[in-house]
Design a protein around this ligand. Structure first.
Ligand SMILES: C[S@@+](CC[C@H](N)C(=O)[O-])C[C@H]1O[C@@H](n2cnc3c(N)ncnc32)[C@H](O)[C@@H]1O
Length: 344
């Protein structure tokens, strides 16, 4: 196999998940969930590496993730740059529209650091929620408890009674972390409500590389729950698209070898299947852009700075990668804030 083909195969595999091989041969649901949880490490290790090279700034990720032992390929780093900047751009637009009078719920947040970055920028929403499996949340909380650059900012914006923090949850005035399974909607909703989720506040829900790990029925259930719970809301997803072609098939096969199945891949066939899923589950307006289009609409002065960081010999490979991921978003707007106008 030519070198570029090998690299192509590695790239197609490493961007989607990574993580440990399961010891169990049969894929029972625990094993499958474990493989999904392992994708958290891959995402955060790749982000940490890209941050260490200077792709974007994140002073907090170092407290959650060890530095990668090996370098990540430039096309992977550029792919993560587009993902992080793209999601951030829509998130910032939502905060601007709502003047921060809103809440954000990050579904399948992993070790994401947005709460701390938004606090530094002085644009925190009224409340920020992270949700992930209890095992991932336990790791996140362990790092927060043991590292003051993480715990101090939470304390600084906490008012009132003492802050609650146990093995699987944290509740403070502006930030909560909840251990829940996104497929168990009743349990998740109860936990969110207990920690102050307000359905009447404009709400941004973010699912960055998450829905594809659930069946299409389960992700439809989550999208329907969100659209019926929040009258004024936006849902942002980042995940695979154009998965029926050869590159997409390699991504699926590589993950399958790691016991991790993309159960929701049916919604990732095209930009149209992405928007249809949103519109058929209660959302009023929706759009989806592949990452190639997102990349070319990001602020070009920063893109030019970023492109100088590392030499990229495989331009075609980056393009393939960007064509196989997308950001889709949907809105509902009973308060008439103009949410449907949010775009890149
Ligand atoms: C690829 S990682 C992405 C993490 C983070 N959103 C990011 O982009 O850095 C997928 C995350 O979704 C979480 N996840 C997937 N399915 C879930 C479920 N059913 N319930 C809770 N969390 C889930 C995983 O545990 C993992 O942390």
């Amino acid at each position: 196999m030519a070198l570029s083909a090998v690299r192509r195969q590695q790239t197609a595999g490493s961007v989607v998940a990574g993580g440990k091989m399961s010891r169990a041969a049969e894929q029972d649901s625990d094993t499958a969930d474990e493989a999904v949880r392992a994708t958290c490490d891959d995402a955060s290790i790749c982000k940490r590496f890209a941050v260490s090279v200077g792709y974007w700034k994140d002073p907090y990720i170092q407290y959650f993730v060890r530095q990668a032992r090996e370098r990540k390929a430039p096309e992977i780093n550029r792919g993560y740059y587009a993902r992080v900047q793209g999601v951030n751009q829509l998130l910032h637009a939502f905060l601007k529209r709502t003047e921060c009078n809103c809440q954000i719920i990050n579904l399948g947040a992993g070790l994401d650091t947005a709460f701390w970055r938004l606090k530094d920028e002085n644009i925190l929403p009224k409340k920020y929620f992270d949700v992930d499996f209890p095992a991932i949340v336990a790791r996140k909380l362990y790092n927060i408890k043991s590292r003051s650059p993480l715990s101090k900012p939470i304390m600084e914006c906490h008012t009132g009674e003492s802050l609650l923090i146990d093995a699987h949850s944290l509740d403070s005035s502006r930030y909560s972390i909840i251990g829940a399974d996104l497929r168990s909607l009743k349990d998740m909703e109860e936990k969110l409500k207990k920690f102050g989720m307000d359905p009447h506040l404009p709400t941004l829900l973010v699912a960055e590389c998450v829905l594809v790990y659930m069946t299409t029925e389960q992700s439809a259930g989550l999208l329907r729950w969100a659209s019926s719970t929040f009258p004024t809301a936006m849902f942002i997803t980042y995940e695979q698209v154009n998965m029926a072609d050869r590159f997409g098939q390699i991504m699926i096969e590589n993950l399958h070898r790691r016991q991790c199945n993309l159960l929701g891949v049916a919604a990732c066939q095209s930009l149209q299947s992405q928007t249809e899923r949103l519109l058929s589950n209660g959302w009023e307006a929706a759009d989806a852009w592949d990452m190639m289009k997102v990349y070319s609409s990001l602020p070009q002065d920063d893109v030019a700075r970023m492109e100088k960081l590392e030499f990229l010999d495989e331009k075609e490979l980056l393009e393939q990668l960007l064509l196989h991921y997308c950001i889709s978003w949907a809105t509902k707007d009973s308060q008439k804030l103009g949410l449907a106008e949010i775009t890149f």
